[in-house]
Design a protein around this ligand. Structure first.
Ligand code: SAM
Length: 256
């Protein structure tokens, strides 16, 4: 009898030391947030500077919350990736300010199945935001070969390989894939490039800064309606100049 009693006591003690079989607590940080240490800063930036300044399209906000801007800026500027400001990306160019990216994307009023052309791929960030909407076909053109190459590699590595990219002078648009439902220009010419208007569909929207080099420009939205172009002047902005033909056409004539 005594050995059985001792065995019973031993088993009871063992059971009290066994690890709990209760479910382990659910982690409070999502796997994405764990992999991306910048998630919190990105979400705060979207709330403070994008929602806070009036951008309200839920799809645009979702895209801005998703695209990891820190992976589009040079390593030296990692710490500033979620400040609401443009940052240098080399070759005298910049990645645009997040608020402007969000606002211009909202102004395009994109709908499922539409085709959008971006002039000025730069880092690829704006193209990624457009692609992140998930329901538009994105085309983008960059004039500087090195930036075009880097953006192609980055977008493909980050899962945005379905963005169509080319290197060339965006003053002339990308006629092979025209017409477009929307065109966004992320460098400033001093006049509206006629080829971009031609490549816009009926009811198409063209969002573009126009103004002098090095100064403030006006952000415009042009909409094609019954063959006419309806113009809305929106606000003052500051962009790098559109280079290429628009800036220095052969013979010095700024218009074709
Ligand atoms: N959208 C870019 C981004 O998200 O990083 C930022 C654009 S940066 C403000 C302007 C870009 O337009 C530069 O990369 C510049 O090289 C490019 N660009 C300037 N003139 C151009 C032209 N004629 N055709 C195509 N790209 C041009």
């Amino acid at each position: 009898m005594r050995p059985y009693f001792l065995l019973l006591v031993f088993l009871l003690v063992l059971a009290s030391c066994a690890p709990s079989v209760l479910p382990t607590p659910v982690p409070t940080v999502s796997p994405t947030a764990q992999e991306d240490p910048y998630t919190e800063r990105r979400l705060r930036m979207v709330e403070d500077t994008i929602v806070g300044r009036g951008v309200s399209d839920p799809d645009v906000l979702r895209a801005m919350r998703s695209v990891p801007r820190h992976l589009f800026v040079p390593a030296d500027y990692l710490g500033l990736a979620y400040d609401d400001r443009p940052l240098p990306i080399g070759y005298g160019q910049t990645i645009s300010q997040p608020y402007i990216v969000a606002w211009m994307t909202e102004l395009l009023q994109l709908k499922p199945g539409e085709k959008v052309l971006e002039i000025g791929t730069g880092s690829g960030y704006q193209a990624a935001v457009l692609a992140e909407l998930g329901y538009v076909e994105v085309y983008s053109i960059e004039i500087i070969p090195e930036l075009a190459g880097q953006a192609a590699e980055r977008l493909s590595r980050l899962g945005y390989g379905r963005v169509h990219l080319t290197q060339g002078d965006g003053y002339f648009g990308w006629p092979e894939h025209a017409p477009y439902d929307a065109i966004i220009v992320t460098a400033a010419p001093d006049h509206l490039p006629p080829p971009l208007v031609e490549q816009l569909k009926e009811r198409g929207r063209l969002v573009i800064p126009i103004g002098p080099r090095g100064g403030w420009q006006t952000l415009w939205r042009f909409t094609k309606q019954a063959g006419e172009v309806h113009a809305e002047a929106l606000d003052y902005v500051s962009f790098v100049p559109l280079t290429g033909y628009g800036e220095s056409p052969p013979g010095g004539n700024p218009r074709p």
